[in-house]
Design a protein around this ligand. Structure first.
Ligand code: HEM
Length: 401
């Protein structure tokens, strides 16, 4: 296949195992690449930055394209109401509420909780020696944390994981009937679950804690938020806050195992943790693609595009752009500066950045200091998804000190 005919809706059969090869080729040969449906695929760092920053021209509002994709289904309601897919002024109003929940003080409180959670998983890991890192660690930590941030019981984590998977799965460029039906049912069930949680809180006012997101959102209902908005922000946060972090942890450990020199360096010099986390995020962005649509005729590089043009912003391509990153194919935990785009940029930049970083810091510091060595038992399984880079299973073996 020549790269000029690359189609994100119908990628080559070896695409999932070679995403970076294809995105590099696109950036080199066809950086503003026209997809089969008239949308454009962008892979250059500077083009992504230009689109993220120009939010007045490049809209996040997905009503037009999702009407076609989701009709008037529950998926349409969810994906057009959540904070990430709305423009100002609604975006500004909703985002303010999230920001109150992620102050440095509340992150510090969460860090204590994260330490306790990680310690409890480590006990189990020492006992088991061989296990699936995804189900026993990288999935558990973020979902337990985001449940506590939102104030819902972590015993319900499997329900939440399943719903999240189906709702976010419906965002894949190509949607099957099965994905559509499962995604719609997941939105209905998730909404009902949250309605029950909210009702309980409204009738038990004593359990509402300051700065807990669910309490903040409930307080805002009727004032800054409608009930529908309230429910969909909760769903969005439960989804956004765990899949991404799970994959940051799984990929992070996988890359450290695959680059033993970097693993040993981090073990010897734990002070490199912050740059290591950024390098993990640059090298394997958990969200590989963001999208925008232009509200007027505009230019991307030298290409003029008409009003209504959609772009696929390939974070996974921009993060390996040699014009921005020295030796981008090298996994270097000391890389600095490292202005990767894995959390996005501009007004929609991830609201959970500090939380995700704390999760990664506690997790990797504990893993590096608790085990002499961690090895793969077999090659991790990568899920067949394009938007999210997911490790489905990762069997590992640990050697204790
Ligand atoms: C490694 C982990 C994470 C990654 C890679 C990540 C990535 C992203 C990206 C790329 C965006 C921007 C989407 C766009 O511009 O279209 C975003 C938005 C967002 N993220 Fe994260 N995220 C992570 C963790 C979290 C966590 C832990 C939370 C909260 C618990 C969270 C909450 C949000 C919210 C609320 C938004 C929407 C912000 C807005 O539209 O203003 N994220 N995230």
């Amino acid at each position: 296949m020549s790269i000029e005919s690359f189609d994100l809706y119908n990628p080559p059969s070896d695409f999932i195992n070679n995403v970076y090869k294809y995105y590099n080729l696109l950036r080199e040969k066809s950086p503003i690449h026209k997809n089969s449906d008239g949308s454009y695929i962008l892979t250059r760092y500077k083009d992504l930055v230009g689109v993220y920053r120009n939010f007045k021209v490049w809209s996040s509002d997905k009503r037009t394209e999702f009407r076609e994709k989701f009709g008037s289904s529950p998926l349409f309601e969810h994906h057009t109401t959540s904070v990430v897919f709305v423009d100002p002024p609604d975006h500004t109003r909703i985002r303010k509420i999230f920001q109150q929940a992620f102050t440095p003080k509340s992150i510090l409180g969460l860090e204590r909780n994260i330490n306790k959670l990680v310690d409890s998983y480590l006990v189990m890991m020492h006992a088991k020696k061989k296990f699936d890192f995804v189900s026993d660690f990288s999935f558990r930590l973020p979902v337990d944390v985001v449940c506590s941030v939102l104030g819902v019981p972590s015993e319900d984590r499997h329900l939440i994981r399943d719903w999240a998977h189906k709702i976010l799965g419906a965002l894949e460029p190509k949607l099957t009937h099965k994905q559509f039906d499962e995604g719609s049912t997941a939105v209905i069930n998730f909404k009902q679950y949250l309605k029950d949680q909210i009702k309980f809180r409204k009738t038990h006012k004593d359990i509402n804690k300051a700065n807990e997101v669910l309490s903040l959102l409930i307080e805002a209902e009727g004032l800054e938020l409608s009930e529908t908005e309230l429910l969909h922000q909760c769903i969005f946060m439960l989804n956004a806050g765990h899949e991404t972090s799970t994959n940051m942890l799984s990929h992070g450990l996988n890359e450290l195992i695959n680059h033993k020199d970097q693993y040993k360096l981090l073990q010897k010099e734990p002070g490199r943790i912050d740059t290591a986390i950024d390098e993990i995020l640059r090298f394997q962005p958990p969200i590989q693609i963001n999208n925008r649509r232009c509200l007027e005729k505009t230019k991307i590089g030298n290409v003029v595009v008409p009003e209504g043009t959609s772009v696929h912003m390939i974070i996974a391509g921009a993060n390996r752009d040699p014009l921005q990153f020295f030796k981008p194919e090298t996994f270097d935990i000391s890389r600095s500066p490292n202005r990767h785009l894995s959390f996005g940029l501009g007004i929609h930049i991830c609201a959970g950045i500090n939380l995700a970083r704390v999760e990664a810091k506690v997790a990797f510091q504990s893993l590096m200091s608790s085990f002499r060595e961690i090895n793969l038992i077999k090659k991790p399984k990568i899920a067949n998804r394009i938007r999210f880079r997911e490790i489905k299973e990762m069997q590992i073996e640990i050697s204790s000190y």
